[in-house]
Design a protein around this ligand. Structure first.
Ligand code: HMG
Ligand code: MG
Length: 298
């Protein structure tokens, strides 16, 4: 049976915009966050405190966090790759931080310039400091079904990474299909491997839609009982260290799927589509959400 309620984390402002070539002013990012929370999103991944040389688009992290008018009941999360990023993030009072590692060695090297083991060593003090400060810690596990450099990734490697994350005190993990190559049974195996270390309530799905499989993968995860997903408004995005990768599955499309199944999200689809239209207009591109396209054409 399917969960009766699902929580969506909109990662559009971070995962969606991090790879954007044109400058997106902080004011536009802030307005996007406001529109998302007004549409009913209860968690928003706002930005990342990574090296601005590596990801220039996120260089305005503190300014964006400071500019948000926070709504009670909404959680604001940020990515932190190391202690330096965590310390910078702390001043912005995030509700949650995200440390990110890969199930693939090659991707770990390209994305964060170190091995998986080194990344875990680097995260350990970050997790400790965050938990001491009362900040919730989520872990993102990249390339859990496939890697742009290594090809297919075995579930054992996902289980290994999940175990390492658990070992350093990460409270929740996202099972990410970074390059969208996953299909339902493979995604289910990655989730099963994660379930050896984390409870169902502490696992989310993070599916990029590069091969058009993300909704099918979401349904497959739902059928296992996964009730938390990262999605991106208007399907924005792509990872700078995964060539050709497109955005996360569009939040609008997942909301339509869930509401059609009678699953509650607390999200107002029309207001969400407006938020997607706002950022798509700014970027000068059509939305990647099929549902938004269909409803806007009516
Ligand atoms: P490095 O070059 O190995 O580290 O980068 P370093 O310690 O030698 O530092 C290099 C320079 O960056 C130094 O500056 C540091 O001060 C600075 P310089 O001395 O050359 O002027 N620096 C920082 N500046 C600001 N904030 C910081 C910071 N740390 C160092 N926190 C590092 C290592 C991890 C920093 C780098 O590789 C990096 O920032 N990578 C960013 C990777 C990234 O953001 N990727 C995208 C997000 S992950 C993702 O999208 C996947 C996900 O969505 C799930 C999925 O779909 O798979 C989450
Ligand atoms: Mg991602």
């Amino acid at each position: 049976s399917y969960p009766s309620r699902v929580k969506l984390v909109d990662v559009g402002p971070r995962d969606g915009l991090q790879n954007e070539k044109q400058t997106v002013p902080a004011a536009v990012k802030i307005e996007l966050v406001h529109r998302l929370q007004n549409a009913g999103l209860r968690e928003i991944e706002v930005t990342s405190f990574v090296s601005p040389k590596w990801v220039p688009q996120m260089a305005d992290n503190s300014e964006v966090m400071a500019g948000i008018t926070r709504q009670p009941g909404v959680r604001y999360s940020v990515l932190t790759p190391n202690l330096r990023g965590f310390e910078a993030a702390l001043a912005s009072r995030p509700d949650e931080i995200v440390v990110f590692a890969a199930a693939s060695e090659a991707f770990s090297q390209r994305n964060i310039n170190c091995s998986i083991a080194e990344s875990i060593e680097r995260f350990a003090p970050v997790v400790e400091a965050a938990r001491a400060a009362g900040i919730y810690v989520r872990g993102a596990m990249s390339c859990t079904v496939g890697c742009p450099y290594e090809g297919e990734i075995a579930p054992e490697r996902v289980g290994y990474l999940a175990g390492l994350m658990k070992g350093i005190g990460v409270q929740h993990v996202g099972v990410a299909d970074t390059i969208g190559v996953g299909t339902p049974l493979k995604v289910q195996r990655a989730i099963e491997a994660t379930l050896a270390h984390f409870a169902m309530d502490d696992i989310s799905g993070h599916f990029h839609d590069t091969y058009g499989q993300a909704l099918a993968n979401t349904l497959a995860a739902l059928s296992m009982g996964v009730w938390q997903y990262d999605t991106s408004v208007a399907g924005l995005g792509g990872c700078p260290y995964a060539k050709g990768a497109t955005g996360n599955v569009a939040t609008e499309d997942v909301v339509y799927l869930l509401h059609g199944m009678g699953i509650d999200t607390g999200i107002d689809l029309d207001a969400l589509i407006d938020a997607g239209q706002y950022i798509s207009d700014f970027l000068g591109r059509p939305t990647q959400s099929r549902v938004a396209k269909a409803l806007l054409a009516k």
